[in-house]
Structure formats: structure tokens, C-alpha cells
Design a protein around this ligand. Structure first.
Ligand SMILES: Nc1ncnc2c1ncn2[C@@H]1O[C@H](COP(=O)(O)OP(=O)(O)O)[C@@H](O)[C@H]1O
Ligand SMILES: [Mg+2]
Length: 261
């Protein structure tokens, strides 16, 4: 595919991040093209979550630029910023749901914030989103405290999808789930992505997620993106983190099996 600028959903250039004396990113360049599922891997504390926070504009880097859909995510024009924000959804580890709102109101929240559609339409849209994540109308009045871990993730995913985003940003979406539930959740994300065609940027250290979903793998190490390649090619990256991360034969076989030509 011939990638012009309009195919680039995420474009990071020279992103440098520092917390006090802690230099976390030192000139990060990263492009994610439309329809890609990019999995970001890296050691604990390497700055993966921080990078996602910069992608969605929750944190401004010290230096460098982040553009989504060709616009700066922190555009000084608040209208541009708002328009950009409408075009992505996110699911972060912390604060997955508003604990004081029931399932329905959690999913309706981004729709109500927009003030573009009336409550009848919101009602229908929320039920459609619930069905998309394989939950039922009877789950709508439940409070987050009444939900299992797997259901919380599904509701959070439904909320992230409520504005029909072109980009979904996920931070370790399967963390804390049992392997079976994690598998289900990964399959659900994959099925929705195939159906709706959105772009995904996600952090994961789950090899099955990587092997099952990723079209690209980016490796964050030594404060930079040291590799950005196909899942099969990442095995050839000569770096200690990559070697130890994909060291098991199971991991190598799973990544090789992704070679789809
Ligand atoms: N708000 C913050 N204030 C100060 N230091 C932070 C903040 N957020 C992250 N850090 C530091 O930045 C580094 C990267 O953190 P993080 O992005 O959470 O790593 P990862 O998600 O890869 O485990 C860590 O050293 C962490 O302590
Ligand atoms: Mg993290």
C-alpha cells in the first residue's frame, strides 16, 4: 500500500519526555498507518503508558510533536483538539469505569458529553454497543462493583467505542484477566477491528495477544523505538530485551506463525 500522509493515523516526531531528572523518551519517532494493529512492547518502566498518554494528549511531551489524523493532538485551537478527541477511544488500566455510574451511563457518557443526540438515540446506541461487546440489556443497570473483571473490560471497551472511533488506544487490555478471559477479550477486539476497521495502538506483554492481533510490533527500549516491524520480523531484532522477551520456543513459534503472505 502506498502510504500518504492521510493514511497516517499516529505520527510522533522527536518526542522527548522527562520527569524531573528521569529522561523517559529521547527522541521517539513512531508512525501508525490506518487499519494497523500496533503492539508496543518494552520493559516495565520503559515508558509505554507514558507514550500512550502522549498519543491521546493527556500529557504534553517536553519536546517533539504528536499528530493524530494529521492534526496536533494538543492543537492550540480547542475546536481542532475537540474534533481530534472525538475520533479516538481509549481503554487505560486505571480508571476503567466511573464507579458511581451504572453500565448504561458509563457507555452513554461520551455520547451525552457531545450533546448531539437525544436520549432515545443514546438508548439505542448504548444497547448496540453492549451487544457489540457481547453483553445483554439486562447488564445495563448494573453498577461497576457488581461486575466481574471480564465484564468491566467489556463495558470499558463499549464506552471506548461509543463514538465510533477511528483509533482505539489500549494499555494492557488483558492485564488482570484469567487466560481464558484474556483470550476471549483479544478475540473480541480482533473481531470488532475486522468488522469496523479502526486502527489500534496497544501496549501488551501478552504473547498470545501479540501473535493473535498485531500487524506491527514496536519495541521501546533505551528511551527510543528500537524496532517497528512485522510480528515475524521482530524475532530477528538483535537486542537483549527482544531476545529475552521472545526467548521461549512457544513465543518464537507463535510469532513465526503470524507470517501471512
Ligand atoms: N506522572 C509521573 N510523574 C513522575 N514520573 C512518572 C510519571 N509517570 C511515569 N513516570 C515514570 O516514567 C517511567 C515510565 O513509566 P511508565 O510509562 O508507566 O512505564 P511502563 O508503562 O512502560 O511500565 C517510570 O520510571 C515512571 O516511574
Ligand atoms: Mg504501563
Amino acid at each position: 500500500m502506498n502510504e500518504d500522509a492521510s493514511d497516517r493515523v499516529i505520527e510522533m516526531r522527536g518526542v522527548t519526555t522527562r520527569f524531573g531528572s528521569n529522561l523517559v523518551h529521547d527522541g521517539i519517532d513512531l508512525d501508525v498507518g490506518r487499519g494497523q494493529i500496533l503492539c508496543l512492547v518494552g520493559g516495565s518502566g520503559s515508558g509505554k503508558t507514558t507514550l500512550l498518554r502522549e498519543i491521546v494528549g493527556l500529557l504534553a511531551p517536553e519536546r517533539g510533536t504528536v499528530r493524530l489524523f494529521g492534526h496536533p493532538v494538543l492543537d492550540p485551537d480547542t475546536r481542532v483538539q475537540r474534533d481530534v478527541r472525538r475520533r479516538f477511544g481509549m481503554l487505560f488500566q486505571q480508571g476503567a469505569l466511573f464507579s458511581a455510574l451504572n453500565v448504561f451511563d458509563n457507555i452513554a457518557f461520551p455520547l451525552r458529553e457531545l450533546r448531539l443526540v437525544d436520549e432515545n438515540v443514546i438508548h439505542d446506541l448504548v444497547l448496540i454497543k453492549l451487544a457489540m461487546v457481547e453483553l445483554e440489556p439486562r447488564h445495563a443497570p448494573l453498577m461497576p462493583a457488581e461486575l466481574s473483571g471480564g465484564m468491566i473490560k467489556r463495558v470499558a471497551l463499549a464506552r471506548a467505542l461509543s463514538l465510533e472511533p477511528e483509533l482505539l488506544v489500549l494499555d494492557e487490555p488483558t492485564a488482570g484477566l484469567d487466560p481464558d478471559l484474556a483470550d476471549n477479550f483479544v478475540q473480541l477486539i480482533g473481531a470488532l477491528q475486522r468488522q469496523l476497521g479502526f486502527t489500534v495502538a496497544m501496549v501488551t506483554h501478552d504473547l498470545d495477544t501479540l501473535a493473535g492481533l498485531a500487524t506491527r510490533v514496536a519495541v521501546l527500549a533505551e528511551r527510543r523505538i528500537i524496532a517497528n516491524c512485522s510480528p515475524a520480523d521482530v524475532l530477528d531484532v538483535d537486542h537483549p530485551f527482544v531476545r529475552s522477551f521472545f526467548c521461549s520456543e512457544h513465543a518464537r513459534a507463535a510469532m513465526r506463525a503470524t507470517r501471512r503472505t
